[in-house]
Design a protein around this ligand. Structure first.
Ligand code: ZN
Ligand code: ZN
Length: 188
């Protein structure tokens, strides 16, 4: 692992917070922090736990508690996706937003200046804005293909034979139809 300015600055932020809270500065916490800062993308606590070095074991509980600590101090962002919390480094990355597939739960980054501009110009009385985060929910091409196949299957099969997952995808299909109407209306 390469320790650079990003790590030193992040450590200073975490140090100050831990001291202020009267918590213990354990080496394990900094191991978790360093790994998160070096990792791109969006990962669950268990995925991050799996990234811990074998030589320097960190308990699952420490990984979980450190991630919420990093979230509190703003060194990571947390995203709620299908009932799971995904973490992403917030330090030394360009501001971005996300789009999430409702079928498979995959999450992608996107950047669009007009989103920030809209957030900056919208009125928020008696409220100081800090940052804005936008999530666009939809369906990816892979899941869309599944819905297409499912619809074909449905033509032949009765609804009560559907599995729970198929029912979920049928619901998403319905939502897609509704959102198409919504987009059409918005464009007018
Ligand atoms: Zn998908
Ligand atoms: Zn992201």
């Amino acid at each position: 692992m390469e320790i650079n300015v990003k790590h030193i600055e992040a450590k200073a932020i975490l140090d100050e917070y831990i001291e202020g809270q009267g918590k213990r500065k354990t080496a394990e916490r900094y191991t978790v922090m360093d790994i998160v800062l070096d990792t791109e993308g969006h990962h669950s606590a268990d995925e991050i736990y799996a990234m811990m070095p074998e030589k320097f074991p960190v308990s699952r509980a420490t990984v979980y508690s450190t991630l919420s600590l990093l979230d509190e101090v703003g060194l990571v962002f947390s995203h709620q996706v299908q009932g799971k919390t995904l973490y992403e480094r917030a330090f030394g990355v360009e501001p971005h937003h996300h789009y999430i597939c409702k079928g498979c739960g995959r999450i992608w980054n996107f950047s669009n200046k007009s989103v920030e501009e809209a957030a900056a110009t919208c009125r928020t009385p008696r409220f100081k804005k800090m940052r804005c985060s936008v999530y666009i929910y939809g369906i990816c091409d892979v899941c869309y293909a599944r819905i297409y196949r499912l619809n074909k299957k449905l033509e032949k099969q009765r609804q009560q034979n559907m599995t729970r997952e198929e029912k979920r995808f049928a619901r998403i299909d319905k939502e897609l139809a509704e959102s198409a109407l919504w987009i059409k209306k918005t464009k007018k």
